[in-house]
Design a binder for this molecule. Structure first.
Ligand code: UD1
Ligand code: CA
Length: 492
């Protein structure tokens, strides 16, 4: 007995085509939208219906495609297509590879590696209809205003699907048909196997057409039907970069809309870009011009933006991140980052911590409640809790050859423009004076001063820069304060 949640016997993803219109050294299906390659989207959709096997047919740039697919989906079976061209040949190769050992039985779904908006829901509907109706073949179709280039769906007088005619093989009358083949199908495995054995390359393109299987299945007495979708985006492929951008924008529109429906406030959907790999909680607020990429996650009540680009960043509950460029970082709950902050990989900011304006951070752990509020660099460092790093502080982590660590304790207060020459350690509760260059460890509770005591050479400016505006003003000021010290008080 088959368990109720068992998916189809197999999904075959076709990805052997050349994709020359991309004009790219990168294989077409490796181009990305929404943070995932086109083939990544195809594999996700395929996996969503829980198939027992998954095969992908490759040929063009096969090594690049193979390593990419192996990284995304190690369980996928990679099948090579030979010199015989055509979608039918591609499926035949996959079926032969899948049949090795034990012949497949049941439903086999075919999809394309370059149709990235195909959803789990539509694929599920295709398989459910196919199995519920007991069809030999069920094809996903759409009605387009301009059907040029697509295979046309042929229907009999009773409206049933009789076959598919490729554009280049179609008559003038058939060219008027606007219902097109998406190239996505559910087949009965046995019907597919038998029909493919009969498909020839006797057509306008000299290819082995998968589309010929429909007519053959019907001739053999099988039922052939269609699922017509009103959502043309889900069957659209990207052949060039113009179509890629259009699909990317539509994918983003859908992603942003889905998050809004899930409880995320998006102030300006048109300038908000969210990869399909990002996760957001309820009551997150995204301000205009925010781009969230990779594995970024944002917890409840956090506010991100405006003008913020984050890749692989984890944001805690109630945190705020404004005008920031960040990657590979963790921002703790109720922490604040920005504006104008650059978070590089390995930045970990504790709860209620702050990394303020014009700060660059890298590979630094900052404890709870610690603040790096303005103008500085913190790299290869560890900072304890409730420490205040003054304005313009720098961890000098690089000696020209190697990187070294700076360790700063808790409850530390550093003066403006302190430089930590790593490796160096500052103990808990220590202070540093303004402009200090910390080359030696500072014990807990010490005040570290490294700048020579100030000496004022009185009267130096009038003596050495006579006749300048500075000298004039200095003269006036010294006269005021020395000859009439009480005059200002009297005058007021
Ligand atoms: C195919 C369909 C057509 C349909 C259209 C939808 C056939 C014969 N025609 O057109 O009815 O309207 O898709 O886009 O099936 N591929 C291989 N090996 C090959 C050829 C193609 O793996 O030898 C893959 C491609 O990488 C691509 C998909 O199959 O993912 C479709 O190939 P493409 O050349 O774009 O489609 P057409 O054959 O023009
Ligand atoms: Ca195509």
């Amino acid at each position: 007995m088959i368990p109720e949640n068992a998916g189809p016997a197999a999904v075959i993803v076709l990805a052997a085509g050349a994709g020359t219109r991309m004009k790219s050294r990168t294989p077409k299906i490796l181009h990305e939208i929404g943070g995932l390659s086109m083939v990544g989207h195809a594999l996700r959709a395929a996996r969503s219906i829980n198939p027992q096997r998954l095969a992908i047919v490759v040929r063009h740039e096969r090594d690049l495609v193979e390593s990419h697919v192996a990284a995304l989906d190690p369980q996928a079976l990679i099948v090579d297509q030979d010199d015989v061209p055509g979608t039918g040949r591609a499926v035949e190769a996959a079926l032969q590879a899948l049949d090795a050992g034990q012949a497949l039985a049941g439903t086999v779904v075919v999809t394309y590696g370059d149709v990235p908006l195909l959803s789990a829901e539509l694929l599920t509907e295709l398989v459910a209809t196919h199995e519920f109706e007991g069809n030999a073949v069920t094809v996903l179709t759409a009605v387009l205003d301009d059907a040029t280039g697509y295979g046309r769906i042929l229907r009999g007088e009773d409206g049933s699907v009789t076959g598919i005619r490729e554009h280049k093989d179609s008559s003038e009358a058939e060219k008027l048909i606007r219902e097109v083949n998406s190239g996505i199908y559910a087949f009965d495995a046995a019907v597919l196997r038998e029909a493919l054995a009969k498909v020839t390359t006797d057509n306008a393109q000299g290819e082995k057409y998968l589309t010929d299987v429909l007519g053959l299945a019907r001739e053999a007495g099988g039922r052939v039907a269609a699922v017509v979708t009103a959502d043309r985006w889900q069957v659209e492929g990207a052949n060039d970069r113009v179509q890629l951008a259009a699909l990317g924008a539509e994918l983003n529109r859908r992603t942003v809309e889905a998050w809004m429906r899930a409880g995320v406030t998006v102030v300006d959907p048109a300038t908000t870009w969210i990869d399909s790999t990002v996760t957001l909680d309820e009551d997150v607020r995204l301000l205009p011009n925010t781009q969230l990429h990779g594995t970024t996650t944002v917890a409840r009540d956090a506010v991100v933006g405006p003008d913020t680009t984050l890749t692989d960043v984890e944001i805690g509950e109630g945190a705020s991140v404004a005008r920031t460029h960040g990657s590979g970082s963790v921002i703790g709950p109720r922490a604040a980052v920005g504006p104008f902050t650059y978070l590089r990989p390995g930045t970990v900011l504790g709860e209620k911590g702050k990394i303020g304006a014009f700060y660059e951070t890298k590979n630094v752990t900052i404890g709870r409640g610690s603040k790096l509020s303005h103008l500085g660099y913190a790299g290869d460092a560890e900072i304890g809790e409730d420490t205040n790093i003054g304005c313009g502080n720098i961890t000098a982590n690089y000696d020209g050859e190697k990187k070294h660590r700076t360790v700063i304790g808790s409850g530390v207060r550093t003066g403006s423009n302190t430089v930590f020459v790593a490796p160096v350690t500052v103990g808990d509760g220590a202070y540093s004076g303004a402009g200090a260059v910390i080359r030696k460890d500072v014990p807990a509770g010490a005040l570290a001063l490294s700048v020579a005591a100030q000496r004022n050479a009185e009267g130096w400016v009038p003596a050495h820069r006579p006749g300048t505006r500075s000298a004039e003003l200095a003269q006036a000021a010294t006269n005021d304060s020395s000859s009439t010290p009480a005059s200002t008080e009297e005058g007021k």
